[in-house]
Design a protein around this ligand. Structure first.
Ligand code: AMP
Ligand code: MG
Length: 404
């Protein structure tokens, strides 16, 4: 295979991402079920959060001008959290608690630890400044401002923020429906005995895990025999029920590589050799209009090509505004002495903290060695046509970031 026939990772990604049609379908889900979904519309703040000034501490609300040295302030009222306060009577203090609304006329709260309680009232033992211990109305979210943009992934903190605004139902993008099709006559499901010549179906489970983390709905999951006929039929069937088909194996140039052949037959094969390591054979095409991502067969290559190519594609299909992962530059603790035309994604982990942090690589980077990824926490990039020496800066992506 000539090098000139390889497609660079960047070109492949650009091509694949450009194929995503931007559609704006959405559905409403109860807030409690919105975790991991993508916001379909900009969320503006309907009313200030918090809705009123309230106390940051347990103590006494006062007007600063009423506080005189050595003079007690009678306590005229008590405002538990959750009650509507009456206005502060001039010349008095009001017992108040964390989260209680500040009464009109008060401009500070004194912590209970800073007062002496006497029969005549409270004596203030500390300096008092206007605004002290008051959480201002709208300090978290001001009415009318943009709280969360369309395309935001809803994490636990976004769920909380939506709740704080009183949003009970959220407009989200539909979950992407994905079919997983693994190929190979050698594959046996885990739990079954293994005969000579067989191996366990690894990729099915890696892919199910990846898709669950990516917030996709797996609508179908099948193992295909290595025949042209069955591969074609099953791809067509799957295409009818899914938004995206992900296959593993069968995309090389061998006569048993039927996924590539079927995509080629259907005339919709976009590319099939990418300058990536691990994972050179990679197909992108469509069957009856449904996109197909044909990942390689080797288990570490499946993981890497999913994270590097499929994840950005899935994020774009999901309407996410964050498409590409953010890496960090760190000194390498490993070396790569032979430059390759392919961009290498080294299964790696970060060792040490702060200025000591370095990226070390798993010793065996074979595309069939999945333990590399269980040992590792992420992927370090060795750019095409480059070598790496210990101490050189390398771009490192954590698995959490690649899947986020
Ligand atoms: P292929 O591209 O189909 O020739 O597959 C490349 C390599 O990956 C072969 O060694 C296959 O046995 C292996 N392989 C393919 N699919 C799987 C799978 N689902 N689980 C484990 N290994 C696989
Ligand atoms: Mg195969």
């Amino acid at each position: 295979m000539a090098n000139s026939q390889l497609t660079s990772v960047d070109d492949a990604l650009q091509h694949i991402l450009a194929s995503v049609a931007t559609e704006s379908a959405n559905e409403n889900v109860p807030l409690a079920q919105s975790l991991g979904r993508v916001l379909a519309a900009d969320q503006y703040v309907p009313a200030d959060v918090p809705p009123a000034d309230n106390s940051a501490v347990d103590g006494y609300a006062i007007a600063t001008r009423d506080v005189q040295p050595n003079q007690a302030l009678p306590v005229s009222d008590r405002i538990p959290a959750g009650t509507a306060p009456k206005a502060l009577k001039p010349g008095t203090a009001v017992r108040i608690f964390t989260g209680s609304e500040i009464p009109d006329g008060a401009d500070a709260v004194i912590m209970q630890e800073r007062v002496e309680v006497t029969d005549a009232g409270i004596r203030v033992m500390a300096e008092v400044n206007a605004g002290q211990n008051i959480r201002r109305q709208g300090q978290d979210l001001a009415k009318g401002t943009l709280a969360l943009a369309a395309g935001t992934l809803i994490r636990p903190q976004e769920m909380g923020l939506l709740a704080s605004m009183g949003v009970g139902e959220v407009a989200v993008r539909p979950r992407l429906k994905v079919a997983v099709l693994t190929t190979g006559d050698e594959l046996v499901e885990p739990g079954q005995p293994l005969a000579k010549g067989q191996i366990y179906n690894t990729n099915r489970y890696t892919l199910l895990g990846l898709l669950a983390e990516a917030g996709c709905e797996v609508v179908l999951c099948e193992s295909l025999e290595d025949t042209r006929e069955q591969t074609r039929n099953r791809l067509e069937q799957a295409a009818a029920s899914a938004d995206l088909l992900i296959t593993s194996g069968g995309v090389s140039v061998g006569e048993e590589d039927h996924v590539r052949a079927v995509l080629e037959e259907s005339g919709a094969l976009s590319l099939w050799r990418m300058a990536i390591k691990p994972g050179k054979p990679l197909a992108f095409g469509s069957v009856n209009g449904t996109p197909v991502l044909g990942l390689p067969g080797n288990p570490a290559a499946v993981l890497v090509t999913f994270l590097v190519v499929a994840m950005p594609y899935i994020r774009k299909c999901q309407g996410r505004h964050h498409i590409l992962p953010r890496g960090e530059w760190l000194p390498s603790a490993f070396e790569v002495n032979t430059a390759s035309v392919r961009r290498e994604f080294v299964r790696a982990r970060k060792q040490g903290s702060a200025s000591e942090a370095r990226v070390e690589a798993y010793p065996n980077q074979s595309s069939g060695v999945l333990s590399s990824a269980c040992w590792g926490d992420g992927l370090a990039v060795v750019p095409e046509h480059s070598t790496v020496q210990p101490g050189d800066s390398v771009l490192y992506y954590s698995f959490a970031e690649l899947l986020g």
